[in-house]
Design a protein around this ligand. Structure first.
Ligand SMILES: [Zn+2]
Length: 306
């Protein structure tokens, strides 16, 4: 399926404007700027990032930007685990899980968008902000994601635990919880606007696909979890701890295939040191890219059979 149709709600003047925003955003969202998130020179960076995403999609639809295509996956939501008051696990060098997951999410997002320019990647948080588990799921549902990856690093009370594992919900826990009544934090409002914008381009096939994905959510989550483990096996030398089922709050109520990814143990003396290396992060990014490609093929098979 291609995006050859008109962009619908976006006028061409927006496209010219967004080309400018795209350049500005690329400049502002460089590594240096992201290391000090929130605001830079008085500019709210979260809205700049959202503008960049809209600009990328607008540019792609207005011209035939070269790039590979996925068959069915259009929107991916990356959820950097923890954040703000919630540090997550503390690693061997005092590294906080919340920082590692955010950095991984940014690099994975760049890698996906570089290879698949027409795939939208929305993050549940762009900065070191607190976000409840229901809010993360709610955001993924609002973004009408086809894939939800909650990114984590593991911890154990004893330091011998090592390896990667992926979780999806137990069947008895799938019953959705009501959407949170609270407003999402300001930082996350802009990506949602962007998500809605693209969700409204009027392609009936998108709505049919979304209904089918929702109907097969649990089965597809299992396939997604296995795709992630396959990806890890191809890129990491560590121990394969397998696909597991658990009752994770961050997965409850998700309308789309959703998994918790635990990329390695921060508390293991060797693995914990490796995890903070750039090389390891790149291998995790490559593993998850492969997982998305594998899952896209699985998704096509399931949807074609229904
Ligand atoms: Zn975690």
């Amino acid at each position: 399926m291609t995006f050859s149709g008109s962009f619908g709600v976006i006028p061409s003047s927006f496209q010219r404007l967004s080309a400018l925003a795209f350049g500005l955003a690329l400049l502002l969202t460089s590594q240096t700027a992201l290391a000090h998130p929130g605001a830079l020179w008085g500019i709210d960076l979260s809205s700049v990032v959202a503008l960049r995403d809209q600009a990328r999609v607008a540019a792609y639809k207005s011209a035939d930007v070269p790039g590979e295509r996925l068959s069915r996956v259009r929107t991916i939501v990356l959820d950097p685990g923890h954040g703000g008051d919630n540090n997550g696990a503390i690693g061997v060098a005092g590294i906080r899980e919340k920082h590692l997951t955010l950095e991984l999410a940014y690099h994975l997002r760049e890698a996906i968008q570089e290879r698949y320019p027409d795939v939208r990647v929305v993050m549940t948080r762009y900065w070191d902000t607190s976000l409840s588990l229901p809010e993360r799921v709610h955001l993924a549902n609002l973004a009408e994601a086809d894939v939800f990856l909650s990114l984590h690093y593991n911890a154990a009370v004893h330091n011998r635990a090592v390896g990667y594992e992926t979780f999806y919900l137990r069947p008895q826990d799938v019953t959705p919880e009501p959407a949170p009544a609270v407003e999402l934090p300001h930082d996350d409002a802009s990506p949602i606007e962007g998500a809605r914008l693209v969700g409204q381009h009027g392609d009936d096939l998108v709505f049919i696909q979304r209904d089918l994905i929702r109907a097969h959510q649990h089965e597809l989550s299992a396939r997604l979890a296995h795709s992630v483990q396959d990806g890890f096996r191809g890129h990491l030398d560590s121990m394969d701890r397998g696909v597991k089922q658990a009752n994770f709050g961050v997965l409850r109520g998700a309308h789309m295939p959703a998994v918790v990814v635990e990329a390695g143990f921060l508390t293991h003396p060797d693995e914990g040191s490796e995890l903070i290396e750039r090389d390891h992060r790149q291998r995790v990014v490559n593993a998850l890219l492969d997982a998305i490609v594998t899952f896209d093929a699985e998704l096509e098979r399931v949807l074609d059979a229904n």
